[in-house]
Design a binder for this molecule. Sequence first.
Ligand SMILES: Cc1cc2nc3c(=O)[nH]c(=O)nc-3n(C[C@H](O)[C@H](O)[C@H](O)COP(=O)(O)OP(=O)(O)OC[C@H]3O[C@@H](n4cnc5c(N)ncnc54)[C@H](O)[C@@H]3O)c2cc1C
Length: 445
Amino acid sequence: MSDTDRPWVIVVGAGPAGLLLSVMLAKLAGIKVQVLEANSKLDVSLRAAYYGPPAAVELRRAGLLDEIRREGFQPEIFCWRKLDGSYIAGLDYRKVADNPDRLFVLPLDQLGALLYRHASTTPGVEISFNHKVTEVGQDKDDAWVQVETSTGLHRLQAKYVVGCDGASSTVRRFISEDGGFPGFTWDNQIMTANVRLLRDPTPFICLNPDFRSWLTWEKILYPFDKFGYSDVQFIIHSEHWHLLARLSKNPNPDDDVWRIAYGEISGLTKEELLARQPEKFSVLLPGNPQPEDYKILSINPYKTHQRLVDSMRKGRLLLAADAAHLCPPFGGLGLTGGIVDVGGLYDCLAGIYHEKAEESILDLYSEVRRQKYIDHTDPMTKANLRRLTELDPDRALEDDKFLKLLDEIKNNNLEAQKEILMGDMKLYYDFTQHYKDKTPIVKRA
Ligand SMILES: Cc1cc2nc3c(=O)[nH]c(=O)nc-3n(C[C@H](O)[C@H](O)[C@H](O)COP(=O)(O)OP(=O)(O)OC[C@H]3O[C@@H](n4cnc5c(N)ncnc54)[C@H](O)[C@@H]3O)c2cc1C
């Protein structure tokens, strides 16, 4: 293969991070990219849905944000509650409704499909499914991967190889010193389910519109918001802690899908966890619903990890997103952090390609993105999980500084509220400030 036919970058993994990186490199900088995906199709398992402001910035740069906002929705109220549904404290995202970078929602299967549509139609991007990378290496001038395909083992070469191959990354094994992924795995398992209402609610008398104190003459469960649910609620409880979040907002609420993510005992098998699910739902959800009261669209157990790789660069080999760092899914920082990695890596690679930056900018990429995880993602996600699981809900406003602050500023300090609502912008970093030539990138013909 001649140098002009060869990709300049090989991206391992057609997850959201890999697809977005390929779109940005090819569309914005004219860089040829080959994406290698081990599976025969995109991974549609239920995971990310909520993305913070710095992800909006990068997706806008990629020219995708408007379409993503049209397919998804903007959530309004986030709050923390007790298991009986009573309200503790919250955040109102309508206060930043005019901010173009505000938080947005689109379930990962839809986001992945949208990114794939764009990546597969962007000139300069080639996506190869059933291409499992088994080895990665480099010399002075090039990086290479060994791929397993239906026709056997092949070696592919490019200037750089980027591992966007997720939590069990193969590329990471060739970057970190001992192949390790420093950090720890939390004891609890998390059961995550997407659910949809089954039937229209029958009429009921609601004495207290704020959640569960109502009088009904017939048990009904959904729609959640008829019971005073907000778009997102974190329920604080030592045993029955959970997150209940809206995944879609449709003209007909019967079509809406909700996400329930709840803590479960470690060590149980998937079958054991599934057997416990009906009892858990009846405790977690209002109306003590039985299985005939809801429809589970998908359900999966997850282990949660707090991990960060020692380095996101070794020569021509690079890492981004879950391949480099993991965090619990309470706070929407996992893929948000991954998308910000991708935007930063795009600037670094495009800068090198267009001779605006030295190769050493890739060391800075690794240093800055790791530090952002250490300073923001790691403490925020640990605190979010501990707030749910360890706090005494009856003393939450006294014992938890964050909830206390939300309560104090709720009526009088709009600026402080906006700062919290846009707080994840701390993850953002502009690598183009290190370009030696600051003129805009012009795609080569
Ligand atoms: C329950 C749950 C809820 C979450 N909610 C949120 C949320 O609301 N907001 C948020 O920001 N984040 C959230 N996250 C985190 C988010 O889902 C992940 O950060 C994100 O999916 C990671 O994307 P990725 O592209 O890095 O990796 P992945 O999505 O894992 O994609 C990696 C791809 O690489 C492929 N691959 C792997 N190995 C190889 C190989 N050797 N060769 C070729 N291909 C390979 C895989 O098949 C896969 O397609 C959540 C996670 C969980 C578990």
